[in-house]
Design a protein around this ligand. Structure first.
Ligand SMILES: NCCC[C@H](NC(=O)CCC(=O)O)C(=O)O
Ligand SMILES: NC(=O)OP(=O)(O)O
Length: 311
């Protein structure tokens, strides 16, 4: 793989997840990143992504530089523009310079949630990739969060009790307008690895068909929970009425709903709004895998960086 922007670029995703799990058990060994630089550019806040990616890079022997976009020059991303406004630098120069300073660049750039075409096919990372010929890693783009998807796949591989568990991705309430990226990546990654997926959401909150693939779509959350081995909760804003949010407090994941599952495990990428997305008792129970998911972000990033370093 040249970049890690979309898990479709990965030839064997299950092998990459297994490589991450081996790194978790056995450590890195000889450091393949000695003398190499990873630059991470953050246009949005982060806790897990920033720390796990830096830890992964350091364990591989790399130097990791984190750059917050608001501490660099204000950037122009459009082509052919007369730059007589606030923006002092063009994406073209920024990409070239970061490319000359680094061996791998990683970028977090959330969608603006105004224009689906722009967020899904012409977002910041896609534009950046045009001007930069070194490997790029997405730390969450306009439409995907592939490192999260990979860590979530590793967490399911580590904990599953049956070969074909029932996996449910459920929409959950949230007070803000959020991207579809985590949900898109979970759906895509899980199905790419050969698992079946059920997606539960209120009517009108269906994800893009580009990412739902063969998933079974249901609008009755409690029906979806019946016999489930995994419940992955996430809020997302509407894809079809792009960026619209709805208030449905009856979709909070509760212990009562979890009791319909097959002693199902609870998953969320974090950060999570307690008693909005999921109730305290579920999050604080043995069923919760959220800490393990966050830990696996280190090994997902290690597997990805190691592969890109070997190109
Ligand atoms: N890193 C994974 C989640 C990032 C982002 N969540 C958020 O922005 C939550 C913010 C809040 O709860 O206010 C999202 O949904 O894509
Ligand atoms: N799960 C995740 O990406 O967390 P952060 O937003 O804190 O990086």
């Amino acid at each position: 793989m040249k970049h890690f922007i979309n898990t479709d670029e990965v030839e064997d995703l299950v092998a990459l997840a297994n490589e991450g799990l081996v790194l978790k058990k056995q450590g890195v060994g000889k450091k393949p990143g000695e003398g190499k630089v990873l630059t991470c550019l953050y246009l949005n806040p982060s806790l897990r992504t920033r720390l796990s990616t830096e830890i992964a890079a350091r364990k591989l022997g790399m130097e990791c530089i984190n750059l917050a976009a608001d501490s660099a020059w204000k950037l122009e991303t459009r082509s052919g523009i007369v730059m007589d406004g606030d923006a002092a630098e063009h994406l073209k120069e920024q990409a070239e310079v970061l490319g000359r300073y680094s061996d791998i660049i990683a970028i977090r750039a959330f969608p603006l949630l105004k224009d689906a075409q722009e967020d899904y096919h012409d977002d910041f990372i896609t534009r950046f990739a045009k001007y930069c010929d070194i490997p790029l890693v997405s730390l969450e783009s306009g439409s995907l969060h592939p490192l999260q998807g990979l860590a979530d796949l590793m967490t399911i591989q580590e904990t599953k009790k049956v070969a074909r568990p029932k996996i449910v991705l459920t929409w959950a309430p949230h007070p803000r307008q959020l991207p579809q990226s985590v949900a898109n990546s979970f759906s895509r990654t899980i199905q790419q690895a050969g698992f079946d997926l059920t997606i539960a959401c209120p009517e009108g909150m269906e994800l893009s068909e580009e990412y739902t693939g063969q998933a079974t779509l249901v609008h009755d959350q409690e029906e979806a929970f019946e016999g489930a081995d995994y419940i992955y909760a996430k809020n997302w804003s509407s894809f079809h009425d792009y960026g619209r949010t709805i208030q449905r407090p009856d979709w909070t994941v509760t212990q009562e709903k979890m009791s319909r599952t097959n002693q199902g495990r609870f998953m969320h990428c974090l950060p999570v709004r307690r008693n909005v997305v999921v109730s305290d008792d579920v999050l604080d129970s043995e069923a919760s895998l959220v800490g393990q998911q966050a830990e696996n972000r280190i090994y997902a990033a290690q597997a990805v960086l190691k592969n890109l370093l070997s190109q």
